[in-house]
Design a binder for this molecule. Sequence first.
Ligand code: ASP
Ligand code: MG
Length: 603
Amino acid sequence: MPLIVQKFGGTSVADTQKILGAARKAIRAAQAGNQVVVVVSAMGKTTDHLVALAKEISDRPPHREMDMLMSSGEQVTIALMAIALESLGYKAISMTGAQIGIKTDSSHTKARIRSISTDRMRTALNAGNIVIAAGFQGIDDDGNITTLGRGGSDTSAVALAAALGADECEIYTDVDGVYTTDPRLLAEARKVAQISYDEMLELASLGAGVMHSRSIEFAKKFGVTVHVRSSFTDTPGSLIVAAPESDAPVTGAAIAKNEARLTLIGVPDKPGNAMRLFARIAEAKIATDMIVQNIGQEGRTDISFTVPGNDLAATLDVLNINTVSEEIGAEQVDYQKNVAKVSVVGLGMETQGGIAEKMFRAVSQKMINISMITTSEIKISALVSWSDAIETLRAVHSAFQLEKTPSKLNSPLHSPASNQSASNQSEWSKKPVKPELDVARLSRMEDILIESIHLDQTQARITMPNVPDKPGIAAEMFERIAEAGIVVDMIVQSCGRNGKAIITYTVPRTMLDAAIDVTKKLADTWRSDEPLYNPTIAILSVRGTGLRSHTGLAYRMFKTLADGGINVNVISTSERSISITVNNAQGEQGLQLLKKEFANEMI
Ligand code: ASP
Ligand code: MG
């Protein structure tokens, strides 16, 4: 019998009428021939109110007691949901996280799931019950109630779906799906029929978060099909799957407003500098993003990165104390307030060229200046000034025609729950039946997973120092390069000295001469310095799931290499990979060191 997990968030269970509405959705799924597990959040803003109550008494309530308090919200909803189902004539049983057997570690208020036992749920399901599970909570080895972090019910739902080998996990929420960009920012945003886990993770981390990032990591690790849809209508939403049936190179665009950019100018280019810098910032609990280290001159390099705007002052404090000192030895710290990061995300980028160029062109046509660029396999991000952010987003959204449905996606949405009968599942039944996951695999459910550590020795690096920092430069450069038939891999632009930019990119070694040619001509027209290049670099990439939510991974990577005396040149990070370039001669050694360091996390 197919099994489906349905999750209802706070707004979807905000009052008893809505709880009854959610109960009817569960009943419909049961009538369609599914076993049903319902996961619920606390009603409406209950969790916020509970937190506020604690704060009325104490500024620093004990975390254990906060979990005891906050978990009560979900306990109310599960009982009411079970009562609702019984009143509509269906058998239902509610269970807390502890009753189900959702085991977590002991980090109160941000616990991670370790294992889930399915026995009790299975018994109840097989006896004909709809099982109602409290989201957001678990229990540690000592029997203490824990919670998974705000918004954690999504993670509970996907985790239960994974543990039960469910056919689908439906996330009912107050939006009706995943959009190409935030519809509140751009009216032309389109609801996507399908999106991949990787794309969703990138978008979620960019703040386009319909869902808790950790829940998508789970879904990806265990291959759970997630269906994000509206609680208040019956229209199909968006499916989050491994490989969507689309040929569009770009699936979504997002904007992170209110960022600040910092640049350390003239950092001695020697092993360990990047690592020390980011260790200091991490100690101050500041999240860094868009880290770009560019190729320097005369043994010195520039490191740029962004932080949330609110953290600018704190970051400057850290930098002033540590970085300009002997420890790191930067010449100068430069920063820019009120910048925004505009990113495009798409799996198709891995196979289709010309995406970066198209993005830069769209931005430059609006005469908007890009001050920093980073790329990863499936994401390109550009930093622009805050006042240009929406215009940039609009330009990019339209350049990739995100408002139009991509061509290969003409198969209608399907899901076991929305089908009228269990037998009417032609599309669906093509899906291989998933065997129940073994306990061993589940025992490290939320650990970081490294899929591969890769050494690429086919690339060469070119750097254009001191290019004019004005609109259209990157567009022109990558357009010329594309015209010459050169395939570009990593692109990194950072702010250099005196308002000039530095652009570094990598190309296959076989195309280096052609690339130097193009770049030299551009340097002539722009009257900028001659390009620098390195014909033999190595790119080391660590790829996996949970790289961002497990902070400290980048730090371990830099530290491992620094301890081995390996200098890191260009850095680029994303949700699923961290890539750096090193000297070719040190590539193999770097690979071995990283493999050893991450041996325990490899799948
Ligand atoms: N009730 C919890 C919160 O408000 C969990 C959730 O809704 O996902 O954060
Ligand atoms: Mg929520």
